[in-house]
Design a protein around this ligand. Structure first.
Ligand code: SAM
Length: 266
């Protein structure tokens, strides 16, 4: 069965957008995956086609109504059930390559794109939606987040990437490391030379250099996490303890954290 994505949005014309181009676009045309975008407004209940209302408790902005979103989700799932429904939201668990791999290995997904202040929490819970964020910043709508998530998944589908662009050796692989830097001609540019070993033709030495650079990438990340810890220590005085809080696959919307972080022990 073809991997299928259904998008629930107020702006269906934003899809496939950039995913209609390049490798993803070719895969779409060749039927390696399929995409359907649905206007949430088609499920409005009144003659004004309203999809949102003011928030209980007051405050600025509007909230997408649970009954309208529920009807839109039900209609998309009816076409191909047994797929996870994902609500893109800054409150969700951070998207990472482990989750991308898991989603790409499944039958597809339904993506709910919020607008305004977001979506009524009750329909998110009632539908058992997975809440996913693409980063710690706020977009005006879930559409760009949905395109990002889709792009990451689609490139992993069988046949979408050619051998030349293989995902076999790249960042965030099984060991969670970051890829080595790349260089091409000219060998010297703007006074900067390519690392000599890459011009040596010595395959074993090149492989060793690449392995070392893979580790260096990871080292940079660890350093950033440690700098974050230094800031934390200014607030809490505690003993350093390294814990793993991330991963957890698709199971629930548990505590949000990078794959690995350092917290002060109580
Ligand atoms: N009131 C929300 C908050 O403070 O968390 C922000 C709502 S935002 C203006 C509107 C919609 O954009 C959200 O419902 C969500 O679908 C989408 N969105 C914004 N930032 C996002 C992010 N970092 N990751 C995923 N979706 C995001």
């Amino acid at each position: 069965m073809t991997w299928r994505a259904d998008i629930l949005t107020l702006f269906p014309e934003m899809f496939p957008g950039p995913l209609g181009l390049s490798l993803a676009g070719r895969g779409l045309r060749e039927g390696l995956w399929s995409l359907a975008s649905h206007d949430i407004r088609d499920h409005a209940k009144d003659r004004h086609r309203s999809v949102d209302d003011t928030p209980f408790g007051g405050g600025a902005g509007m909230v997408l109504r649970p009954d309208v979103v529920d009807a839109a989700s039900g209609a998309a799932l009816a076409e191909a059930p047994a797929r996870p429904v994902i609500y893109l939201t800054p409150r969700g668990r951070l998207l990472d390559q482990a989750l991308v791999r898991e989603l790409a290995a499944g039958p597809g997904l339904v993506l709910l794109c919020g607008r305004y202040e977001g979506v009524d929490q009750r329909v998110i819970e009632a539908r058992g939606m997975l809440e996913v964020s693409i980063g710690d910043y706020v977009l005006s709508g879930g559409e760009l987040a949905a395109l990002t998530l889709l792009d990451a998944c689609v490139r992993l589908l069988p046949g979408v990437m050619g051998a030349a662009e293989s995902a076999a050796e790249e960042s965030h692989g099984a060991e969670g490391l970051l890829e080595y830097p790349h260089y091409t001609r000219p060998a010297e540019w703007a006074g900067r030379a390519v690392p000599e070993v890459l011009l040596s033709g010595h395959h074993a030495a090149i492989a060793a250099w690449r392995r070392a650079e893979f580790r260096r990438g990871a080292g940079g990340r660890e350093l950033r996490l440690l700098i974050g810890f230094e800031l934390l220590q200014d607030i809490h005085v505690g003993t350093l303890s390294s814990v793993s809080l991330g991963g957890g696959g698709m199971a629930g919307n548990g505590p949000r954290a990078p794959a690995r972080c350092f917290v002060p022990r109580p």
